[in-house]
Design a protein around this ligand. Structure first.
Ligand SMILES: Nc1ncnc2c1ncn2[C@@H]1O[C@H](COP(=O)(O)OP(=O)(O)OP(=O)(O)O)[C@@H](O)[C@H]1O
Ligand SMILES: C[C@@](O)(CCO)CC(=O)[O-]
Length: 510
């Protein structure tokens, strides 16, 4: 691994930057764990490999080095909304990602800070003031490996005064954004940490646009879950020679807590978004019973579908759209049941094609495209389209370049267009009325831009959650100021070195 050697944790100077015996090992603080006063936060897979600390004078303990975790956004290809009601969905990771830089501070500080500039959130809590009595009460206390499928209302209430102090003077919509993110963070921190957790600043930068249906909330919840589990030493690795089953277990643990974060942001999530943000690639996902883990098939060979990802630039709220469909179901259970069943058969038919012999053939693409159009029609029936989405569909249909459906919660947000294989490449041209030479696709893109739609360049699939431990790229440490100051998507990607120093990042790869 590149970069300076880690000092290890709790005053231990390891011979290599390995922590927990793993290259790029966990960012866990031994100090932190000891102060939990319990062995329950210790991963069963780590102790034998872990160098036991010699308890020296605390004042001389060097701090754990800064580290970064990252997770992708997603696009739902088939099955949104129906998936909340127990039907199958297919979702794929996208190359837009969130990055969370964790900087441990001197123990004397006792502060917990969130610096989330994408949404303008900057907040600090004093750790001892947080409602530890409620969270650590034996009847409510959760273990890092528990399956938590609903929020404990008493804990939400206990947290409330500390959430009410987040951006109290901001406009309602902004305040809601801030408080949603802060609640997700604090609930996880209180569940996984302790009163003597290290003081830390968590700085977040994301290239996933917020609230447009591309899973921004899931990607930040996966980052938060991973960072906190690493800090309480509840994860092994990631490291390149990790056994498949062990890697799978770590991802499962991350995903469970990310779902809890989503519960705080969404209200009633299916869990598909956090599952794909955790695992990457694409997934076939179905949750029959909310008290049990969902059925998940990771689609590692998901085809490179030629997709356009277009943002209507119309704001929406996932929680509101999900609640709308919930109300429709309550009023018309039988009818909505048929709609959900129809969406389920679309997803299953698409699954057969993408896992079949020739998913990239002209015939397969046409079949997948038609399924997208029908899926969108059913989503209109559920009341989650928007005039901007319909305008977008009209323009794409007129151009003849492919098939379009909304993706994510709808009510605005994004749509995906599957391009026809016969679609001439942007370089092959024809003459338009104004004498210019453009392909139908270029002409469509020009029109979309002129009407205020935005296009995202992204690829489908790729890795799920990743760790850069320590936060060093090409021998240079990424500090908080650099991380917060760098501009734009390219700036963030360049700084965290996804392209320059690929080996520095590690992933759980079952
Ligand atoms: N970059 C970010 N920084 C801080 N908070 C974020 C960030 N991205 C998302 N969030 C949190 O997630 C919320 C958006 O979640 P929401 O579910 O409405 O949108 P989404 O996840 O982008 O869409 P969908 O769930 O339909 O894919 C924000 O209000 C904020 O609280
Ligand atoms: C609308 C929905 O199906 C997808 C949001 O990305 C909600 C969910 O599954 O949690």
């Amino acid at each position: 691994m590149n970069g300076p050697r880690s000092n290890g944790v709790n005053g231990q100077s390891h011979a290599s930057p390995k922590v927990n015996g793993h290259a790029n090992g966990t960012a866990a603080s031994r100090d932190h764990q000891d102060t939990q006063g319990s062995s329950e936060n210790e991963s069963p897979s780590t102790p034998s490999r872990m160098p036991r600390p010699v308890h020296g004078r605390k004042e001389s303990n060097p701090l754990a080095p800064p580290f970064i975790v990252s997770a992708p956004g997603k696009t739902i290809v088939y099955g949104e909304h129906a998936v909340v009601h127990g039907k199958a969905a297919i979702a794929a990771a996208i190359s837009l990602r969130s990055y969370l830089l964790c900087t441990t501070l001197s123990k004397s500080k006792r502060t917990l800070s969130l610096r989330f500039p994408d949404i303008g959130l900057d907040h600090t809590w004093h750790i001892p003031d947080l409602p530890w009595a409620a969270f650590k009460h034996p009847s409510r206390r959760k273990k890092y490996y528990d399956l938590v499928t609903s929020l404990d209302q008493e804990l939400v209430d206990a947290m409330q005064p500390h959430i009410a102090t987040v951006s109290p003077k901001a406009k309602e919509q902004v305040q809601q954004r801030h408080q949603q993110a802060a609640s997700a963070f604090l609930y996880l921190f209180m569940s996984l940490g302790s009163e003597s957790s290290s003081s830390c600043t968590y700085a977040l930068r994301s290239t996933v646009p917020v609230g447009v249906g591309l899973g921004s909330s899931a990607s930040i919840c996966v980052c938060i879950s991973t960072a906190l589990l690493l800090q309480c030493r509840a994860l092994a690795g990631p490291h390149p020679d990790q056994m498949s089953k062990e890697a799978e277990d770590q991802l499962e643990r991350i995903n469970r807590w990310a779902f809890v974060g989503e519960l705080l942001i969404h209200g009633n999530p299916s869990g598909v978004d956090n599952t794909v943000a955790t695992n990457g690639h694409a997934v076939l996902f179905q949750r029959h019973d909310y008290r049990k883990p969902p059925a998940v098939e990771i689609l590692r060979n998901f085809p490179e579908l030629p997709l356009l990802l277009i943002d209507t630039c119309q704001a929406k709220s996932t929680a509101a759209e999900v609640a709308k469909v919930g109300n429709l179901k309550a009023a018309h259970p039988a009818v909505t049941g048929y709609v959900f069943d129809a969406i389920d058969s679309i997803t299953r038919s698409a699954h057969d094609i993408v896992t079949g012999d020739d998913p990239g053939s002209e015939e397969s693409i046409a079949h997948l495209g038609e399924l997208m159009s029908v899926n969108h029609g059913l989503l209109i029936g559920l009341g989650v389209s928007h005039p901007r989405l319909e305008r977008l569909r009209y323009l794409v249909n007129e151009s003849g370049v492919g098939w379009t459906k909304l993706t994510g919660a709808g009510g605005g947000g994004c749509a995906i267009t599957l391009l026809k294989p016969s679609q001439p490449s942007p370089s092959s041209t024809h003459t338009n009325g104004d004498g210019t030479h453009r392909s139908a696709l270029q002409e469509l893109e020009r029109q979309l831009k002129s009407e205020g739609f935005a296009k995202y360049e992204t690829t489908l699939g790729g890795d799920g959650v990743g760790v850069l431990y320590p936060a060093v790229i090409n021998g240079k440490e990424i500090d908080q100021d650099m991380f917060l100051d760098v501009e734009g998507r390219e700036g963030v990607e360049e700084l965290v070195g996804g392209k320059r120093d690929r080996d520095a990042w590690t992933y759980w790869r079952p």
